[in-house]
Every structure is written in C-alpha cells, then in structure tokens.
Ligand binder design. Structure first.
Ligand SMILES: NC(=O)c1ccc[n+]([C@@H]2O[C@H](COP(=O)([O-])OP(=O)(O)OC[C@H]3O[C@@H](n4cnc5c(N)ncnc54)[C@H](OP(=O)(O)O)[C@@H]3O)[C@@H](O)[C@H]2O)c1
Length: 270
C-alpha cells in the first residue's frame, strides 16, 4: 500500500541516504521517492546512486509527495518546518529528528497533518538500526503502516504508546551504540596492556561483541542464560564477572542510562 504513495525526504544527509537505499532494496520504486537538499553535490550523488528525483527547494519536494520525511538536523527543524507549513497540510509527516517533540513540529508548521515522530540510532546507517515510533491517537492505521514500512528500511522498529517513552529509547538504543563502543575500546586497551598487538586486540574485541550479539539475537536463550552458560564455577569468566559485581557494574550502567534519559527529557523541553 505504502509503495503506491510518494515519499519526499527533506534533507538528503546520512539518514535519508540510508532510508532511501533500504526502501529501494525492499522494492520501493525510485519514481516514488524524492529528496530535497540545499547542497547540489548531495542531490547529484543521490540522483546518480538511486535514480530518484531531487530538488534544491523543500516546498517543491513536499508538494510532490504524499508522505514527507523530515530528515534535517534537530537545530534546522524549526526553520524548515515553519517554511514548509502549508505544504504539510493533510499529509503524513514523519520526523526522524532526535529530541524534537511533536508539539513543537505542529506549532512551527501551524497546520493539521498526521505526525509520526521516530527515534532511530546510528546503526540505521547500515540498515541495522533500532527505531522507536510514536504517533498520537489521531494518526490513521494506514499512516502508521506507512511509517513502519519507511523506518523498517533501516532495521527493526517498534511503536511506543507515549512520547515520553522516547526518552527511555534514547537512553537505550539512541545512545546505546556508544556504550558498546566504549566497552570495545576498553577491552582492546586492556588486552594491549596484557601483551597483545593493538590490531589483534581490536579485531578480537569487535568480533567478540559481534559474536555475543549474534548469539543473543537468535533468541534461543536469554542473555542471562547465555552468560551462565559460559561461566564455569571457579573459571576465568566467573573471576571477571565477580570483579564487575564487586565494582557495582549494574549501578554504573543504571546511573549512566538515567543520565541519558534525563538529558533527553531536558533537551526535549528546551
Ligand atoms: N545519523 C544518525 O545516526 C541519527 C540517529 C538518530 C537520529 N538521527 C536524526 O536524523 C536526522 C538527520 O541526521 P543525519 O545524520 O542524516 O544528518 P545529516 O547527514 O547532517 O543530514 C541532514 C541534511 O540536511 C541538509 N539540510 C540542511 N539544511 C537544510 C534545509 N534547510 N533544507 C533541507 N535540507 C537541509 C544538510 O545539508 P548540509 O550538510 O549542507 O547542511 C544535510 O545534507 C537528524 O535530525 C538526527 O537527529 C540521526
């Protein structure tokens, strides 16, 4: 159904490129997708890579489509949405801008439209993202399905019931990749201190993270069970996990995620 509706991306940066690539891979017709961006080099590259229509002007791009995906930086949203105003009327508008609340988008546009706010994360750039979506009760089921289709092009999606849940999503999957990068960095540096070559340490830390994620992803056992399965009594893993516990690992993670949550809430209010 979505495939018969035209989509315009406002802003042709990293996220728009990833979503467009994913949509076309999933069978979406290039003729149904367009993008606007002020930079000619950006629109030329998108046109050449995907065979889609491109525009230098947002209003022309928005007028040409049934669904508008706002894919500019959060700090550009007010200018872009205020200028688009009437072009959004009656359409499905999907915002992927981190931290920009629905009430602000509606206020800046000063028009009525179905609005879906999404919180994707960086692995979306590899179509391996996790995106949460929120819509108020006015948004039709068909438009919810359309938003699901668009964001599914970048990985897994889930709907949340309230906009405030997006603060918890930000603390989990939005900021989450950085937590894993920190662990990979720290494990690499420690292995180097223990005598391994940096390249080998880095390669094995990354492969271990990937392997662990893939094992958890199968869903055959939950993470707690997987951890127990590799923890022999009196063994090396138990020694490491006991050290984590002695140093309050759980509290460290909980405090960090609470800080991310609170900051997300604060940024949204601003
Ligand atoms: N990247 C991620 O992993 C990620 C994760 C979660 C959420 N998001 C959200 O996704 C949105 C896009 O992020 P991104 O990483 O794709 O950013 P990006 O690469 O900077 O893309 C934004 C694009 O919008 C263009 N632009 C600037 N002003 C514009 C205007 N007035 N009209 C139309 N286009 C304009 C920019 O052009 P110039 O470069 O010339 O300014 C750029 O090409 C952001 O709101 C961000 O919060 C991104």
């Amino acid at each position: 159904m979505t495939n018969s509706r035209t989509i315009s991306f406002i802003g042709g940066g990293n996220m728009a490129r990833s979503l467009i690539g994913g949509l076309l891979e999933n069978g979406y017709a290039p003729a149904s997708v367009s993008v606007s961006d002020p930079l000619a080099a950006t629109t030329t590259a998108l046109s050449e890579d995907f065979g889609i229509s491109t525009y230098a002007d947002n209003a022309t791009a928005a007028a040409a489509a049934d669904i508008i995906v706002l894919a500019v930086k959060p700090q550009q949203m007010q200018t872009v949405v205020s200028a688009l105003g009437p072009e959004l009327k009656g359409k499905l508008v999907v915002s992927i801008a981190a931290g920009v609340q629905c009430r602000n988008i509606t206020k800046w546009a000063d028009e009525a439209f179905d609005l879906v706010r999404c919180m994707p994360n960086t692995p979306a750039l590899l179509q391996c993202g996790a995106t949460a979506l929120f819509a108020n009760t006015d948004v039709s089921a068909a438009n919810r399905d359309a938003a699901t289709t668009i964001l599914s092009a970048a990985g897994v999606v889930a709907w949340v019931e309230s906009e405030s849940e997006l603060d918890a999503i930000t603390a989990l999957s939005g900021s989450g990749p950085a937590y894993f990068f920190l662990l990979i960095e720290t494990m690499t540096n420690t292995a180097v201190k223990q005598g391994l070559a940096p390249d080998l340490a880095n390669k094995f830390a990354i492969q271990t993270a990937l392997g662990a994620a893939r094992m958890a992803h199968t869903g055959e056992h939950n993470p707690a069970q997987l951890r127990k399965n590799v923890t022999s009594p009196g063994g090396t893993t138990e020694a490491a996990l006991n050290s984590f516990a002695d140093n309050n690992f759980h509290e460290i993670v909980e405090r960090a995620m609470q800080a991310a949550h609170d900051r997300s809430e604060q940024l949204g209010q601003n």
